[in-house]
Design a protein around this ligand. Structure first.
Ligand code: THU
Length: 132
């Protein structure tokens, strides 16, 4: 499968977004090194702070299924330019994905940019930072 196939899958996941408050659906497709695709959408809550972004849904689903080796993440939303992941997601992506892993950010107009995890969050707080 190519990047555009993963974009199509992320768009499909976006259709399942539960967004009664923001009305802003987001879809994500996380690709494992074994070429499995784990999809995610944003899931909101009446207690707004409990809402979960599409990227974190995909990562948490994957990890909870024992999938922890990833090679690509694709995110799509109806934004002006390519969608920009929030800070919380950038930190969670940095926890589970290799710093050189590509992240494809896109929108419904097909505008697309590919960045690395490291570029998304330079200086991410890591487990190593807690070593004395
Ligand atoms: N959101 C995502 O799911 N991913 C992003 O990259 C940006 C923001 C969600 C969170 C919330 O449900 C809605 O979009 C508006 O912030």
């Amino acid at each position: 499968m190519k990047t555009n196939d993963f974009v199509s899958l992320a768009k499909k996941a976006r259709e399942y977004a539960y967004v009664p408050y923001s009305k802003f659906p987001v879809g994500a497709a996380l690709v494992t090194k074994e070429d499995e695709v784990v999809l995610g959408c944003n899931i909101e809550n009446a207690s707004f702070g409990l809402s979960n972004c599409a990227e974190r849904t995909a990562i948490f689903k994957a990890v909870s299924e024992g999938k922890t080796d990833f090679k690509k993440l694709v995110v799509v939303a109806d934004t002006d330019g390519p969608v920009s992941p929030c800070g919380a997601c950038r930190q969670v992506i940095s926890e589970f994905c290799n710093l050189d892993m590509p992240v494809v950010l896109t929108n419904l107009k097909g505008e697309q940019v590919e960045v690395t995890v490291k570029e998304l969050l330079p200086g991410a707080f890591k487990a190593e930072d807690m070593v004395e």
